[in-house]
Design a protein around this ligand. Sequence first.
Ligand SMILES: [Zn+2]
Ligand SMILES: [Zn+2]
Ligand SMILES: [Zn+2]
Length: 253
Amino acid sequence: MDDPGDPWVPPTHILVREPTDASYVIPSWIEVGNRVIGVVATHLWAIDGVYELVSPELRRTTPTLQAIEPFVDHCGVSVPAVEARVRRALPRFTATLEVGWADLTIAAVRAETVSPTPWHRVDQSCAADSLTDYDAAIARTWGCNMCGRDPRTEFTPRFEAHRTGMRIDARIDLDITVAVCPSCHEILHQPLAPTASELMYGLRPPCPSCAARHADVVAVNHSDAPLPIGVTASSAPPDEVPDFHCGNCGHEW
Ligand SMILES: [Zn+2]
Ligand SMILES: [Zn+2]
Ligand SMILES: [Zn+2]
């Protein structure tokens, strides 16, 4: 480091937060100008950004994290994908990376923002599931359980089974699987992914009465086909059936 031709590289630290935490707790020994790789403890672990600790702004008393290059978007970057590129495990706790390792890790984060590793190469969580007959029957009638993409077109995607983590009864159920199109499946496995409920309801309109995003599709169920999650049946005459039922306040529209 005494060689004047050797540029000073700021120390780079790993900070970890839970998905439910709004921000990182910054230890006092991390100094302004240091770099931070923000790691979120999702089930497969994700990086939500590369930051520099900057001086307190007006009206603030503590330094804050400011996102720097390479910028990570809302999807996050997969920790296992970064580890596969660097060929070394990243700490899952507050730690300081040695300079060469830090540079390699940040280069791998940059590569993942440009060309993300396909999710199924680092995430085996749905690999063991093929579509059940039940889910396949639903998909034939209702399409993708997330976006509703219609199966009755000539060039329909092949539906895939996604394990939602939801159980109707925790004592007796395995995780519920749903049939999803490959595009929705990719979203559900982004490093910082929405839950199946967040994606499905997020694609539907908010309730005009309470603004909640919990619109169940109301359908006249005149077949024996089972209903997917997010769809409720109505026995009202077809011309009186509303489009949606709010699962939050009960409003129908
Ligand atoms: Zn879909
Ligand atoms: Zn899946
Ligand atoms: Zn409502």
